[in-house]
Design a protein around this ligand. Structure first.
Ligand SMILES: *Cc1c(COP(=O)(O)O)cnc(C)c1O
Length: 397
């Protein structure tokens, strides 16, 4: 039996212009971690997001790490992080030997629950760590104000930024916005990544803008992007010889990689439109499925929220769906060479973070149990959709 070509969750989607920028890099011999494409890509990001300054780096993870370095996060500090996210949001907290405190989600956007956030801050300030999950394992911690808050716009859906920025302002805690999945998303017409002291973007191979790997730190305050660029360039002081008064990193983006980014930025609006159209097609399909007696849910945009719909996600409880669970659907799709993936497993439920501080309700764990990310590439064809829907029809009969 010949196998049909694989339908991926979120594959690369080049437009062709990338090659012109790459050719220019070769012709001008800018094969280096600096050059006109680096500067150009940074300007493209500034123009698109409306944020005043940008520095491109070799990954989104590097951007998150540098944001913590610049806030002087160190051992003994608590950093608050959304629990329902990809591990890259949280790992840099450990790179800095600080203590992560994971906050569960609210059901409207699946992002950080503002109420749990404020409760957690108060508990930390008062030294009431017993009020937090695993608090008894962190008796060495001093009562303190958390040093930073990392909020995530998961799958492109903006978090409740009004509430969250209000709390960050009230307690004067710097907000880092992990917008790795949310380039093109907006909250009340303001771009995701522009609310916090610093915003983080990713151009990893599966993201809406893909440079084969890369990231950016964006900020309205130039001191952060200047400092990030300095630290990412091995913290070289201004001297003819190599002089260092800080520990540096090798986190810069290559001018060849930035060429891909410049090409990709010429079509960013089309990419957002295509992903949002994918969502509408899934919505139409599952509306039909639900008329057969099923109950499959898609995540609506609350008033004022604009998602880039990086990934279309569905949730469904087996009890209301003939005992069909997400693994049954995933495995059936896989058998037909169609990739899907469970929703991200929350950090507080990960083995590596089993002892971590947390404030949990059951929202993120339930999402993990009942949710599935559907193929969401901006280059999905009509034939691909037909195949996906026919395959799903075999389950949701
Ligand atoms: C992809 C991603 C990152 C990390 O970005 P990389 O460029 O892969 O290092 C961080 N946070 C979230 C939520 C992501 O999806």
């Amino acid at each position: 039996m010949t196998q049909l070509p694989r339908i991926w969750l979120s594959p690369p989607h080049m437009c062709g212009r990338e090659q012109e920028f790459i050719r220019n890099a070769f012709e001008t011999n800018w094969i280096a971690p600096m050059g006109p494409n680096v500067t150009g890509f940074e300007q493209d990001l500034i123009d698109y997001t409306g944020v005043k300054h940008a520095v491109v780096l070799n990954s989104g993870t590097a951007a998150i790490h540098l944001s913590l370095v610049m806030l002087n996060i160190k051992k003994g500090d608590i950093v608050i992080c959304q629990s329902l996210t990809f591990s890259a949001s949280a790992n840099p907290i450990i790179y800095q030997c600080a203590t992560p405190l994971f906050i569960d989600s609210e059901p409207d956007t699946w992002n950080m629950d503002p109420e749990l956030l404020e409760n957690a801050i108060i508990a930390c300030q008062e030294g009431n760590f017993h009020k937090l999950g695993n608090g008894s394992k962190h008796k060495h911690l001093k009562p303190q104000k958390p040093k930073a808050i990392i909020v995530v716009h998961l799958y492109g859906m903006p978090a409740k930024m009004d509430e969250i920025t209000k709390i960050a302002d009230k307690y004067d805690i710097p907000l880092i916005e992990d917008a790795a999945e949310a380039l093109g998303s907006r909250y009340n017409e303001k771009t995701c990544g522009s609310f916090g002291k610093m915003g983080i973007l990713s151009f990893n191979g599966n993201k809406i803008v893909n440079t084969s790997g890369g990231g950016a730190l964006i900020s309205d305050e130039e001191e952060y992007t200047l400092k990030a660029r300095f630290l990412a360039t091995q913290a070289r002081d201004n001297a003819p010889h190599y002089e260092h008064s800080n520990i540096g990193y090798n986190y810069r983006m290559s001018n060849v990689v930035a060429a891909i980014g410049r090409g990709q930025m010429t079509v960013i609006n089309d990419r957002v439109e295509a992903r949002r159209k994918n969502f509408e097609r899934y919505r139409d399909y599952f509306t039909k499925v639900n008329k057969r007696g099923y109950e499959i849910n898609l995540l609506d945009e609350p008033q004022g929220f604009f998602s880039n719909r990086w990934l279309t996600t569905i949730t469904f409880e087996p009890e209301k769906n003939n005992n069909i669970d997400r693994e049954k659907v995933r495995i059936h799709l896989e058998a037909n060479n169609i990739e899907s993936r469970p929703l991200w497993k929350p950090m507080h439920a990960q083995p590596v973070f089993s002892d971590s501080l947390r404030v949990v309700n059951d929202v993120s764990e339930k999402l993990f149990d009942t949710g599935l990310c559907m193929p969401s590439g901006s280059n999905l064809s009509d034939e691909d959709f037909e195949r996906i829907f026919n395959t799903l029809d075999q389950i949701f009969t």
